[in-house]
Design a protein around this ligand. Structure first.
Ligand code: SAH
Length: 593
C-alpha cells in the first residue's frame, strides 16, 4: 500500500494530522512501515500551511482516489463521500478512505474495507486513544476481515468470498483446511464437520461454492530469459514476455497450482537486462529476482532455484525443454529472501523545494528507495524518509565519488535514489552519473536499471513566479568556473548577449567566486540596454523565498547570492503592473520585431 495522504481544511486539524503522520512515519507497532514513507499532510491553500497544498477539496480527493492513494480526511464524513462519489464503481481496487474528526475524537473507515481501511482505522484510533467506528458486519462478528488476508496470501475469488462470508453471517460454521495462523485469534464459528471450509492452499480453486480459497504465495518459478534460447525461443522480440508467461502458466497448470500462489519469478543474473523477464513478472504482478549460478555452474532453471532458495522447497516441475522449474515451499515465501533484486539507480530532481513542485515519479522513487544519496541539504528536503532507508549524505563537491558510490550500491541489488535540486540534468548529478557509467567497464554497473526523472529547474520555477520571462528563446548558463575555464564563460556570455537571448544564470556567485558576476554583468551591459528587465529569484519554492524584478542598470552583484537565480531579459522582455495585490508581471512575447 502506498503512503496515505492526510487531508485537512484548516489549522484546527493540523495537530491531529501531525499525530497521524507521526504514526506512519515512525512505523509504530502494527503499522506497515512501507506505508509510512512520504506520508504527507495536504492543506487547503490560503487556509493552512502543510507539506502539500491543494486548492479545491473535491478535485484533490478525486485525484488522490483515482491514483489509488489511501486518504485520511480530517473533515465531515459526508463531505468526503460527496467528493469521491462520482468515482465509486469498482469495489475491488478502491484505496482506503477514512474520515477522522479534526479533534481526533472519531475515526470512521468509509471505503476500502478490502484494502485495509479497517486496519488503518484500528491503528489510527489506537494512536488517538478512541474506539474505531467499524461497521463491517463480518469484521465485527469475527474480529477480522476474512476477505483481507495478510501479506503473502491472496484471496482466490472475491465474488465467492462475499457469498461465503454472508453464509457465515447467516449462522453457518466453517472448517479451516491448511495453515491460516492469522485466523487463530479470530472468533470464527468453527466446526470440524462444517459444510463450509476455508482452504489455504497453493492449488487452484476448483469452483466449489462451499470453499473460501486463499493462496499462500509459496511457489517460485525459475525461467530463462528470452535471449537464452529454449522455451521462450522466439528471441527478444515482441511477445517474448507473453511466451514466458504462457510457459509458466502451463507448468503451474500441470500441477494444479494457482497463478496467485506465485511469490516471484527467478532468472539468471546474466539476464538482468532482459525486458521480456520484466514484462512477464509484471504480468503476474510478482517481483523478479535473480540468482548467480551456483558453484556447480548449473544455469538451468532448476539450478537457479537451488542457488536462490534459502529454505528447503520441493522441486515440482523441471521441464528443461520448456525452460521452467517450479519450487513449492511449505509456507508463503517473502520474495525479498529469494536470490537478489536487479539493482536500481534513479536520479531525481526535487524541484525548487516545495513538495507539490516535485514530480510524482520522483516521490515514488524516494518511497521505494533502500538507499538515498545526495548533498545533505537536498537529502533533508527529500524527507520524510523511512526509518530503514539508508542515507548517504555528503558534501556538495564530491560528485564523481558520489556517482560511483551509487553504482556500487545499486549493482549489489539496492534501490538507490540520487537526489539533486531542481532538475537532475541541469548542472546537477545526472551528468555525473552518466560520466561514471561511461568510464566504467563493470558489467554489473551496466546491468543496473538506470532512470533519470526530470524535475522543475530553478529557472523555470523562478520564471513562472515572475510571469513568463522565458517565453521566447533563452539559454541557461552556469557562471561557475569550478569545472570550466572562465574564458569559455566570457565567450558564451558575449555570444548569448549579442544574440539577444534571455539568459538564466545558475551558480551566479559564491564566496569562492566573488568577482565573476560583476565581470559577467559588464559583458552583458556591452550589448544590453540599462532598461533591460532582470528577475532575481532567491530560495524560490522554499520558506522565505523572495522574487524581485529590476533593471540591468539597477542590478548590483551584492543583490545576488549562491541561492539566487538571475534571469536577464532580452530587448523584448517587458514588465507591467496591475496584477492582483499590485503584483508586476514580467514576460517575453512569443514574437519578435
Ligand atoms: N539542478 C538545479 C541547479 C543546480 S545549480 C536546478 O535544475 O535547479 C545551483 C544553482 O541553482 C544555485 O546557485 C541557484 O542559482 C539555482 N537555484 C537552485 N535552487 C534554487 C531556488 N530554489 N531558488 C533560486 N535559485 C535556485
Amino acid at each position: 500500500m502506498s503512503a496515505p495522504a492526510i487531508v485537512i481544511l484548516g489549522a484546527g486539524a493540523l495537530d491531529t494530522a501531525r499525530r497521524i503522520q507521526a504514526l506512519y512515519a515512525e512505523g509504530a507497532a502494527g503499522v506497515d512501515r512501507a506505508a509510512g514513507a512520504g506520508c504527507q499532510v495536504h492543506g487547503l491553500h490560503g487556509r493552512v500551511e502543510a507539506d502539500v497544498s491543494y486548492t479545491e477539496l473535491g478535485a484533490h480527493l478525486r485525484e488522490l482516489y483515482a491514483r489509488g492513494t489511501p486518504i485520511v480526511a480530517l473533515c465531515a464524513a459526508g463531505i468526503v463521500i460527496r467528493c469521491v462519489a462520482p468515482l465509486l464503481s469498482n469495489k475491488g481496487v478502491e484505496p482506503p478512505v477514512l474520515a477522522v474528526a479534526e479533534d481526533g475524537s472519531a475515526v470512521v473507515p468509509l471505503l476500502g474495507g478490502l484494502t485495509d481501511a479497517n486496519v488503518m482505522a484500528r491503528e489510527i484510533a489506537a494512536a488517538l486513544a478512541v474506539p474505531p467506528a467499524i461497521t463491517t458486519s463480518g469484521e465485527l462478528r469475527f474480529g477480522t476481515c476474512v476477505l483481507n488476508p495478510p501479506e503473502g496470501y491472496m484471496l482466490a475469488d472475491i465474488g465467492q468470498g462475499k457469498r461465503f462470508v454472508s453464509d457465515l453471517l447467516a449462522g453457518e460454521s466453517t472448517r479451516i483446511e491448511g495453515d491460516a495462523p492469522w485466523l487463530d485469534d479470530a472468533q470464527l464459528p468453527r466446526s470440524a464437520s462444517a459444510r463450509l471450509a476455508i482452504r489455504v492452499t497453493p492449488r487452484a480453486w476448483d469452483g466449489r461454492e462451499d470453499e473460501l480459497v486463499i493462496h499462500p504465495r509459496c511457489v517460485v518459478a525459475a525461467v530463462r530469459g528470452a535471449g537464452a534460447g529454449a522455451g521462450a525461443g522466439a528471441g527478444a522480440g515482441a511477445g517474448a514476455g507473453a511466451q514466458i508467461v504462457a510457459c509458466v502458466r502451463e507448468a503451474l497448470g500441470a500441477h494444479g497450482l494457482a497463478a496467485l500462489s506465485l511469490s516471484a519469478l527467478l532468472a539468471s543474473s546474466d539476464d538482468m537486462t532482459d525486458p521480456a523477464l520484466a514484462e512477464a513478472a509484471a504480468s503476474f504482478n510478482v517481483p523478479l529476482r535473480f540468482a548467480q549460478t551456483g558453484p556447480d555452474g548449473d544455469k538451468s532453471p532448476a539450478g537457479l532455484l537451488r542457488a536462490a532458495l534459502r529454505i528447503p522447497c520441493e522441486t515440482l516441475h523441471n521441464d528443461t525443454s520448456a525452460g521452467v522449474a517450479l519450487a513449492l515451499a511449505p509456507l508463503a515465501i517473502d520474495p525479498g529472501t529469494i536470490g537478489r533484486a536487479r539493482g536500481r539507480l534513479t536520479v531525481i530532481g526535487l524541484g525548487p523545494g516545495r513538495a507539490d513542485l516535485m514530480v510524482p515519479a520522483a516521490r515514488t522513487a524516494l518511497d521505494e528507495a533502500t538507499d538515498i544519496l545526495g548533498y545533505d541539504t537536498y537529502v533533508k528536503m527529500a524527507g520524510p524518509l523511512r526509518a530503514h532507508q539508508r542515507v548517504h549524505g555528503t558534501d556538495n563537491r564530491e560528485e564523481m565519488q558520489r556517482a560511483r558510490h551509487a553504482f556500487e550500491l545499486a549493482s549489489a541489488g539496492a534501490s538507490v535514489v540520487m537526489v539533486s535540486s531542481g532538475d537532475p540534468g541541469v548542472f546537477a548529478m545526472a551528468a555525473a552519473v552518466l560520466e561514471a557509467l561511461n568510464a566504467s567497464q563493470d558489467a554489473a554497473w551496466a546491468a543496473v536499471e538506470l532512470t533519470i526523472v526530470p524535475g522543475v529547474s530553478a529557472a523555470l520555477a523562478t520564471a513562472a513566479q515572475a510571469g513568463a520571462p522565458l517565453g521566447h528563446d533563452f539559454c541557461m548558463l552556469s557562471l561557475s568556473d569550478n569545472l570550466k575555464p572562465w574564458a569559455i564563460i566570457e565567450k558564451r556570455l558575449r555570444h548569448a548577449a549579442e544574440a539577444d537571448l534571455v539568459m538564466a544564470f545558475y551558480n551566479p556567485i559564491s564566496r569562492a567566486r566573488p568577482w565573476q558576476l560583476d565581470k559577467a554583468l559588464d559583458i552583458v551591459r556591452e550589448y544590453r540596454a540599462a532598461a533591460t528587465q532582470v528577475v532575481l529569484g532567491r530560495d524560490i519554492g522554499r520558506p522565505g523565498g523572495t522574487l524581485r524584478t529590476l533593471t540591468l542598470g539597477e542590478l548590483k552583484s551584492s543583490d545576488v547570492d549562491m541561492r539566487t537565480m538571475v534571469i536577464v531579459g532580452s530587448s523584448m522582455t517587458r514588465r507591467f503592473g496591475g496584477g492582483s495585490g499590485g503584483a508586476e508581471w514580467v514576460y517575453t512575447p512569443r514574437w519578435y520585431e
